[in-house]
Every structure is written in structure tokens, then in C-alpha cells.
Design a protein around this ligand. Sequence first.
Ligand code: XMP
Length: 525
Amino acid sequence: LVLILDYGSQYTHLITRRIRSLSVFSLCISGTSPLSTITSLNPKVVILSGGPHSVHSLDSPSFPSGFIEWVCSNGVFVLGICYGLQLLVQRLGGEVRVGEKQEYGRMEIEVGKNSGIFGGKMVGDRQIVWMSHGDEAAQLPKGFEVVARSQQGSVAAVEDRERRFYGLQYHPEVTHSPEGMETLRYFLSNICGVNPGWKMEDILDEEIKVIKGTVGTDDHVICALSGGVDSTVAATLVHKAIGDRLHCVFVDNGLLRYKERERVMETFERDLHLPVTCVDARDQFLSKLKGVVDPEMKRKIIGKEFIAIFDAFAQDLGNKLGKKPAYLVQGTLYPDVIESCPPPGTGRNHSHTIKSHHNVGGLPKDMKLKLIEPLKLLFKDEVRKLGKILNVPEPFLKRHPFPGPGLAVRVLGDVTEGNALDILRQVDEIFIQSIKDAGLYDSIWQAFAVFLPVKSVGVQGDQRTHSHVVALRAVTSQDGMTADWYNFEHKFLDDVARKICNSVRGVNRVVQDITSKPPSTIEWE
Ligand code: XMP
């Protein structure tokens, strides 16, 4: 295992992903985790991430006391990256000071020794790297030597081969450091002797073993399917482990996309052979949403209804089986559970968040069901790979994310007013189908239409109309945290707008949302 201690760098997850892409299993935990947590994971290599802090500030995060003694006596390799290097230098008795010249962005470094972390390189070899630091190592601890310097002469790489400490002042994990991946690969395999061999198939076998070992032979398990990638892959995996003792429920809340219920049910039954109960709760949800215009209120109401339906499902099942289900499957992903050392003032917290049921209302506090979260160590792209091995149909795995509260957050204002939901479904379907036909679907993170509570004047045929305005939104993103608007060709937009106005009654104007996130969010509510 390669363990990453996170000190708040925006690139920390990237280190974890890069190492996994070298077929080496890596995990990321908070950089201030107790020593017992670190030692219980028994890592062969520990990487100290970068971070926005200065080792001089009073609240700068650090590894726990006893860490250095533990790594030294257990032959563990340590690599400090950026802030991680400075932390290592300072805690081992060296000196870090504010650099005379700060180094941000693209820099050239020169190798000063042809051994250690730059193994194959010759003295004098140069490479471009990505730096982002104000502090620098001014005096190295005993046993350390400089193996590369930046073009400005500051320390770019250090090592103490005897005690197995290494440090890079730049970020090898970003693509702007073109040789960074090779440096990481060389470090892990040639210096640390880590064997690549971590495969998604192993994860699958391991998870199945864990689930079989956890769920008793007469225990039953329930899972709420949203129709999204995560819950589908999680359910398919659990089904493979315990068969039909898994009971899935899919709720039609009246806020689904065009033919969503039929499409999802067909995939589950025909392609995945998963037993799913479909609950038609359209009236239940829509009657509660009547007259509600506040987005947060909508979310709360929807969350509460989901939980009520879910409870009733578990209760019914308990009556039928003579035994209440004991477990609940959640499609929680790794980014949801990673603890980090957030930069001060960002509002990000250290808490372990469990993705709540459908992400809308949270799980009830007195929930008796125990959680099974088979994806909680995986990133989204890894979940897609796992889904592929589990034969989840490809188009399903590539679906754009869809929010738990569904179209309720895409009809601005009262969702029950007029035929807003119907209009939105038709517009959305035309937009998405056009994107698919143009071969653009997989290049876009998320695309959808929004129904605006605004009417404008138009002229259709010989008649003046007073009809609704709809907005189209398509964004690119890595993780939904930030996003940029997708720049369609004019001809594409022209065709889509024409098609919408010609075929959807009640719409006479189409606008496009061209804001990024931030300042906007992806959804409108
Ligand atoms: P925003 O609108 O916050 O959305 O930029 C970021 C991502 O999260 C999705 N989203 C939600 N997902 N429940 C969910 O399950 C919600 O209440 C919710 N709100 C937004 C959104 O579709 C995007 O992918």
C-alpha cells in the first residue's frame, strides 16, 4: 500500500489516482491522522502531499509525533511533495524559510546527481516541472543531500537514501510536469520495490469476499436504486455476492426524465437480472410539492418522502420474509469519505460525510440498518471500470449525473404549475438526443434543460404567442466541483432551438446558459 497523507493540496487526489493508474493501490487519509491509523494500514510507502500552508504558521498541519521513529524502524519509504518536503525538512531538524524568489508555474530544474530518485538521468539533465511554493528548504537535515535545483538555484529535490527519505519541491502528479509520472513510477518500483499488480478484478473479488463474510446467510439486504451509475454498480456487485437476498427499490417520484422509469427498469430486469420493485409515488411527491417554490424546501420535502417510502419498503419486506432486512447498500464513493486538511477559510471540513440516500434528505438518525458501501474506496472512473467488468451496459455507465431531487430543481418555481414537467421532459429529450446524435454526449459532463417561470412574446405561424422560455445547459467538468460551459457549434444550437420550438407546445424561446461554476452552480436551483 502507498499511503498519502493529505495536507490540503488541490492535487492530493490526483496523487492517489496517478499511483493507482500505475497499478499500485493507494489510499489517502488526513495528514493529521493519529499514528495508530497510519500504522494499522501498514504502508510500504508514505507520501506527504502538498498544501497551502506554511510550516511556520501556528496551525500548520503535520504528521503525528512518533511517525519518524516508526517509519525509520519499519523500513518505510517517505516522499514529501512541496509542503510535504518542507514539513519533512523542518521536522527532521533542517530549516525552511520564505524563499527570496517565489516559484509558481512552469520551471526548469537540473539534476545534480545521477542516483536516487532521478535514477536513469545524467548529471546536468534538465526537465520542465510545475512548481507552486513560497517557502523553500534553506538548510537540510543531517544525512540529506540536494539532487536537483531549479533554474533559480533553489532546492528542487532532496534525499536521504539511508533513512529512505525523499522530497520533491515540485508536483510530479500534474501533467504540467511531463516527466513526473515517470519519476513516480521509478521511485515506487526501483527505489521502494513496490510491485504493480493492483487490478479492478482483484477489487471485485475482494469486495465480494467481504460482503459474503459480513452478511449472514439468512440476512436480507435492501438497496435504493436511483438509476445512476453508483447505485447500479453497487447493487450489481452486492447481487453477485448474495444473489436474490438483495432487494432493490426504484421510486418514480414524478420528477424523472422522459421515459426514465421504463428505461431504468428495462436495464435492471433485462440486462442485469436484478430484482427491482418499482414504487409509483408520483402523486405522493407532487401533492407535497404543490405551491412550493423554495429550492431547499423542495429538497427537504423530497428527501423526507424518499425516506418514508424506503421505510415502508423495508417494513413490507420484513413482513413478507418474516425477518427485517439487516443491511442497506449505498453507492458512496471515495471522494465522499476522504478526510483532508482543508486550506484555512475554505469552509471545507474534516468530517466523514456519508452520501445520504439519493443525496437529498439524509438517512434517519435512528436507522437500524447497517451500511454496506462496496465502492467507498473507488473514484468515479474506477466505478465505471468495475461496472464494465460486472457487465453493466456501457451506455448506462456513461450516463450524465442526475440530481437526487430530479426535475424539481430544473423547473424553477412550483413544479406542479401547468404542464411544466411535461414540457421540460420533451425539451430535455430533444436536447440530449441531439447531443447523442452529434456524437458529443461523452465529451460533456452533464447536459440538461431548465424550465423558466417566464413567458415571452413570440410569433408562430401567423399568430402571436405568449409562451415559455427554456434554457439549455451543458458543462464540462472533472468532478462537478468546478465546471465550464460547453461551447456548441452555432449550427447545432440553431437546429436544437428550431426543433424545440417546432415540436414542443408551450415553448417559443430557447436560451443557452453560458456561465461557468463558479460563479454559477451546475443546476439552477
Ligand atoms: P451544483 O448545482 O451544486 O451541482 O453545481 C454539482 C453536481 O451535483 C448534482 N446535484 C445534486 N445531486 N442531489 C444530488 O444527488 C442534489 O440535491 C443535487 N444538487 C446538485 C448536480 O447535478 C451536479 O452534477
